[in-house]
Ligand binder design. Structure first.
Ligand SMILES: NC(=O)c1ccc[n+]([C@@H]2O[C@H](COP(=O)([O-])OP(=O)(O)OC[C@H]3O[C@@H](n4cnc5c(N)ncnc54)[C@H](O)[C@@H]3O)[C@@H](O)[C@H]2O)c1
Length: 350
């Protein structure tokens, strides 16, 4: 049996990728998460898949889903010498080839964490350097390093100078400053990914998702939080800052599609944007959700809250040209899905 590893497999992107791989492959999927932020699999795996045994949990009738609850660094250290043997022994299955390695474990946490506890976020450097070291030794077939739009220079994202950010706006020989320790970490990760490809011959791609969102995202992120408040008809409606700041919102299903395609086609450690290529302000998002909810609230700006850069969106030309890929889920359709899920969760259940 071939197997895949998904670190941070109980986080927002990780759990969606675990479910996707389970559905679309026949392989064993080993996902690791310390549950510092991630959700226990019992909460997000289909009931028919649930089965748990001790420290290592197995899910699905065929036990193809294997969950290890631990700090990824412990698992990487324990398995670095002979990963196939290590995971075969741990799972009691005869594993053969480590196919894809998705590295989603990270301290992320949204704007409140990025601006509020930057040194905690910098621990990503420790997580990532152990990850890259392990990869250099074990060379999985394909590797994904999720960078971020935060890696882009912040001086290209102001209210007067905002541009659609292109892959070429990160140039390691001539650089602007990324967004806080989070952006520096991701930029460092991209630099290491290049080295992993060039010096160690590993096939790796970096993705820079802009603002990924989806129905099952944590409420510490703006899209699900705004949807929940609209579903409950909050009025006045609070927004961080003026609400005029904008982001490039992209649905998680589109992020997964683009990621898997990129892993097939890009192997030299280079990075691609994943977004809609469209700037949408938080006020527009509120407008949309309150339109779905059928009311028009008074907007209450919270000017003491952290807002990050003013305008962050991407140019998707390179991805379209290189991968022939474009996002399929429009803002309206994606936000409608999030809104419907919020109504189910926060209104109908009461
Ligand atoms: N969601 C997005 O739109 C987006 C955008 C840009 C980049 N990314 C990147 O994608 C990756 C996943 O993001 P996400 O939105 O799923 O974040 P998330 O916080 O939901 O998931 C991260 C997961 O990693 C786990 N984790 C943290 N430290 C760990 C450790 N030491 N050992 C094991 N597990 C650990 C957490 O418990 C959590 O489940 C991150 O690298 C993030 O920077 C995401």
């Amino acid at each position: 049996m071939n197997f895949h590893i998904v670190t941070g497999g109980c986080g927002f992107v990780g759990r969606n990728m675990v479910k996707r791989l389970f559905k679309t492959t026949e392989d064993v999927i080993i996902f690791v998460d310390d549950l510092s932020v991630g959700w226990d699999p019992e909460k997000w795996l289909d009931e028919s898949l649930q089965r748990s045994e001790g420290e290592v949990s197995f899910y699905g009738v065929d036990s193809r889903l294997v969950f290890i609850q631990d700090d990824i660094r412990n698992v990487l250290r324990a398995s670095i010498e002979k990963p196939v043997e290590y995971f075969s022994h741990l799972t009691g299955q005869e594993l053969q080839k480590l196919d894809k390695f998705f590295h989603f474990a990270a301290i992320v946490g949204g704007r409140a964490m990025i601006d509020g506890d930057p040194i905690k976020v910098a621990l990503d450097l420790a997580i990532d350097s152990e990850f890259f070291y392990w990869i250099s030794r074990n060379k999985p077939e394909n590797v994904l390093y999720p960078s971020s739009s935060a890696a882009y220079p912040i001086d290209l994202q102001t209210d007067t100078d905002a541009i659609a950010l292109s892959e070429t706006d990160i140039n390691f020989s001539k650089m602007g400053q990324p967004d806080m320790t989070y952006g520096w970490t991701k930029l460092t990760g991209e630099f290491l990914a290049k080295i992993i490809a060039e010096h160690y011959g590993v096939k790796i791609v970096c993705i820079r998702p802009f603002s990924g969102y989806g129905e099952d995202q944590d409420l510490s992120y703006p899209v699900p939080a705004i949807a929940a408040r609209a579903a409950k008809k909050e009025d006045p409606f609070e927004v961080w800052g003026s609400g005029k700041q904008g982001r490039d919102f992209v649905h998680i299903e589109d992020v997964l599609d683009c990621t898997l395609l990129a892993m097939e086609k890009i192997t030299d450690g280079s990075a691609i944007n994943i977004g809609q290529g469209r700037l949408t302000s938080f006020l527009e998002i509120i407008d949309l959700f309150t339109e779905f909810a059928g009311y028009k609230p008074t907007i209450k700006p919270l000017l003491d809250k952290p807002v990050g850069v003013h305008s962050r969106y991407c140019n998707m030309d390179y991805v379209k040209e290189r991968l022939g890929w474009e996002p399929k889920i429009s803002i309206r359709e994606g936000m409608r899905r999030v809104y419907d899920a919020a109504v189910e969760k926060y209104v109908n259940k009461d």
